[in-house]
Design a binder for this molecule. Structure first.
Ligand SMILES: Cc1cc2nc3c(=O)[nH]c(=O)nc-3n(C[C@H](O)[C@H](O)[C@H](O)COP(=O)(O)O)c2cc1C
Length: 254
């Protein structure tokens, strides 16, 4: 009965914020995995409503999985071929959460460590045509605090990013390219020039989280460091001081 009420509430009131929904779940004593499963239909409805809009909430992450960390580390490889199949919105959400999601209950700390908890890193998702189920192609910026995305560019920009990456054509076949950027001023304010090193180290942590999360979900992912920074920044329509550091193509295994 309680679960039915949660589902009904979410379906009827899809503008419920994630924090509010979590409070409801907490009050009813539901586990987060049960909450995740219950919400899928409700969020699927919100996706349709969000089509054509510039921002949307993502389904909550699932906090348990079938693959051990050890297996994910053992099996991970850079993969450069992908099936012609979209990621589900749940998979897309899960990867963004693993990259930069808030993991501290009621707090602000994230999945990847950050020197001084200053978080100079951002994640953009370059979504191709039919790259994510029920999501328009475009470039989306991930907001960890609300676990939501906001569109920064319209249309399929994968080819532009692949060309900017020394014409690594395989990249344009990945349904999604996750671009990890750094805004150094957020961290050099405390650590001066050393903050640049810290931001780059942090981006590496984010990249490994993406690779291991994809491995754990049975997905394929790679990493690219060879690209012209300014051309990639232009393709994703990032602010001038968000410097691209790594690009992580991801999708279903080919
Ligand atoms: C910083 C960095 C940059 C990389 N750049 C590229 C790249 O531009 N293109 C590419 O195909 N692979 C790139 N790779 C992937 C490496 O080729 C790959 O990690 C290496 O061959 C080891 O294979 P594995 O990742 O499957 O263990 C990069 C890896 C790292 C860590």
């Amino acid at each position: 009965m309680a679960q039915y009420n949660v589902l009904t509430t979410l379906k009827e009131n899809i503008s419920l914020t994630r924090r509010e929904a979590c409070q409801v779940v907490g009050m009813l004593g539901l586990s987060f995995s049960a909450f995740g499963a219950l919400c899928q239909n409700a969020f699927a409805k919100s996706i349709q409503i969000s089509r054509g809009k510039t921002a949307m909430n993502l389904p909550p992450p699932v906090l348990d999985g079938n693959t051990s960390l050890e297996k994910a580390i053992k099996q991970r490889r850079t993969i450069r071929s992908f099936a012609n199949k979209p990621l589900s919105l749940q998979q897309f959400s899960q990867i963004l959460w693993a990259a930069q999601g808030i993991t501290e209950d009621g707090g602000f700390k994230r999945a990847a460590p950050s020197a001084g908890a200053l978080y100079p890193v951002d994640v953009y998702a370059v979504v191709g045509n039919n790259g994510v189920e029920d999501l328009d192609s475009g470039v989306y910026h991930y907001d960890p605090s609300s676990h939501s995305i906001k569109r920064t560019a319209h249309g399929d920009k994968r080819k532009d990013v692949a060309i900017a990456s020394l014409r690594q054509a395989w990249m344009a076949t990945a349904p999604v390219l996750f671009v990890v950027t750094a805004q150094y001023s957020r961290i050099t304010v405390k650590y001066d020039d050393r903050g640049i090193r810290y931001a780059m180290i942090e981006a590496g942590h984010v990249g490994q989280n993406i690779l291991l999360q994809c491995q754990a979900l049975g997905l394929a992912a790679g990493i690219v460091g060879a690209f012209y920074d300014s051309k990639v920044a232009k393709a994703i329509n990032a602010p001038r001081d968000h410097e691209p550091l790594i690009i992580m193509p991801a999708g279903c295994k080919g």
